[in-house]
Write a protein that binds this ligand. Structure first.
Ligand SMILES: Cc1ncc(COP(=O)(O)O)c(C=O)c1O
Length: 416
């Protein structure tokens, strides 16, 4: 039977499943305008004279079940400050998962320590606790875990491992605002939890970061680093330790205060959508949503991620599938490469970092099969789809099903 033109995939000239766009990101309204204006008129303008950013960071920390929050410049500097506070530096090793944004590892290089790249669990895409333990040496000072696309790593196993081996757990929660594990916010389990508020994130001021923790001494050390080595209660120009300036501006704090007020409702909606979409995609042969660990109460979905098996799509390469989905009107992201495949590691382009006393790792020989496979076989979709009406969210599954139905024709057209 001839295929109707209307059934053709958009990539082959058919009508896209979606002509309307999904909700735009970022979302803001008069709440942001109001508080920005108030901050302007108060005249404080920076954390030295204002309390907007500080109050936001503490409120965000409480939302994530932690005692202290520090408002910083971005989610790379927050990891750097956490490492400094944990006394990680020259000669130390830090375990970092292969599947993450480069910042999780470059922050380790920034403090002159050696990132040890470790493989991930193939289903959650987060650090594999058993592989992490196998990679530990007497030089291991910390483990950085990344809750990839908001899916919590196995925090039971990782907190137990770090406590038993006496190393710090630093949670990189750049993707996981609103992820709760056994009733507590992620970021509150480790020595530190690090969040990014860059534009693509689940709560944003364009740029920004928050570091949370429960230990006052660690908090003081991290903030001293972020605030030029100052000591609370001492004279302004008393600088006791080496530091830098990682302070978030009051403008960012103002916007984030408004974003936080809106966040719980958005998080609940994204969760409902993600569960429904996962069930729908599971019906399509060759697609499998990223695993939601049942110990999670909610997942802050930085992206919606699913595994893609090209064999069920006539061998269609992942990149072609992504193009076909985008043509159907689905806003596509893309997986990170596995860290060991980045030029910075493969070619050891570390600039002035890792000189004489650092442990030598030949990253070109590091193999991370699960992480490398995930980079080539996972589909990442922007979180804004999850804020749409339920039927609109399910268009993602409809688009994938249509592409599968016409997979052979798409593959043939692609090779012409
Ligand atoms: C996992 C992860 N960690 C850290 C960061 C760094 O955050 P920022 O861009 O705010 O420096 C990002 C940002 O995309 C990230 O995805």
């Amino acid at each position: 039977m001839a295929t109707l033109v209307g059934d053709q995939p958009a990539l082959l000239g058919g009508t896209a499943i979606r002509s309307a766009d999904y909700p735009a990101w970022p979302i803001w309204d008069d709440a942001e305008r109001r508080i920005l204006n108030e901050t302007l008129e108060q005249g404080g303008w920076w954390q030295g004279d204002g309390s907007v950013a500080r109050d936001f960071a503490n409120a965000f920390a409480r939302y994530h079940s932690a005692a202290f929050g520090m408002a910083m410049t971005n989610g790379t500097h927050t990891i750097e400050a956490a490492l400094i506070a944990c006394d990680v530096g020259d000669g130390d090793e830090v375990i970092v998962p292969g599947m993450t944004f480069v910042a999780s590892a470059s922050a380790v290089l920034a403090v002159n320590a050696t990132p040890i790249l470790v493989d991930i669990d193939p289903e959650t895409l987060c650090l594999d606790a058993t592989a992490a333990e196998a990679a530990m040496t007497p030089r291991t000072k910390a483990i950085i875990v990344v809750h990839v696309a908001g899916a919590a790593a196995d925090l039971d196993a990782l907190t137990e491992l770090c406590a038993r081996r006496g190393v710090h757990l630093i949670e990189d929660c750049a993707h996981a605002h609103g992820t709760f594990w056994r009733g507590r916010g992620v970021g509150s389990y480790g020595s530190f939890g690090s969040f990014s508020m860059q534009r693509s994130k689940l709560m944003t001021a364009g740029e920004g970061g928050v570091l949370i923790c429960n230990d006052q001494a660690l908090r003081d050390r991290a903030w001293a680093y972020a605030d030029c080595g100052r000591v609370k209660g001492e004279w302004w120009y008393h600088h006791a330790t080496v530091g830098t300036n990682l302070r978030m501006s009051e403008w960012q704090g103002a916007i984030l205060t408004a974003q936080l007020a809106r966040f719980p409702e958005q998080n609940a909606r994204r969760n409902e959508s993600a569960v429904a979409l996962g069930l729908a995609l599971d019906q399509i042969e060759g697609l499998r949503p990223q695993r939601r660990d049942p110990r999670m109460d909610s997942q802050g979905n930085y992206c919606f991620v699913f595994h893609y098996d090209a064999d069920a799509f006539a061998g269609m390469p992942l990149r072609t599938f992504e193009r076909a989905m985008a043509a159907e009107g689905i806003p596509m992201g893309v997986s990170y490469p596995s860290l060991n495949e980045l030029a910075v590691f493969r070619d050891a382009n570390f600039g002035p970092r890792l000189r004489a006393s650092a442990p030598k790792v030949d990253y070109a020989t590091v193999r991370l099969p699960n992480s490398e496979h995930a980079a080539r076989s996972t589909v990442w979709i922007e979180h804004r789809i999850l804020l749409a009406e339920p039927e609109d969210v399910l268009d993602v599954a409809r688009a994938a099903a249509r592409i599968q139905q016409h997979a052979a024709a798409i593959v043939a057209a692609d090779s012409d």
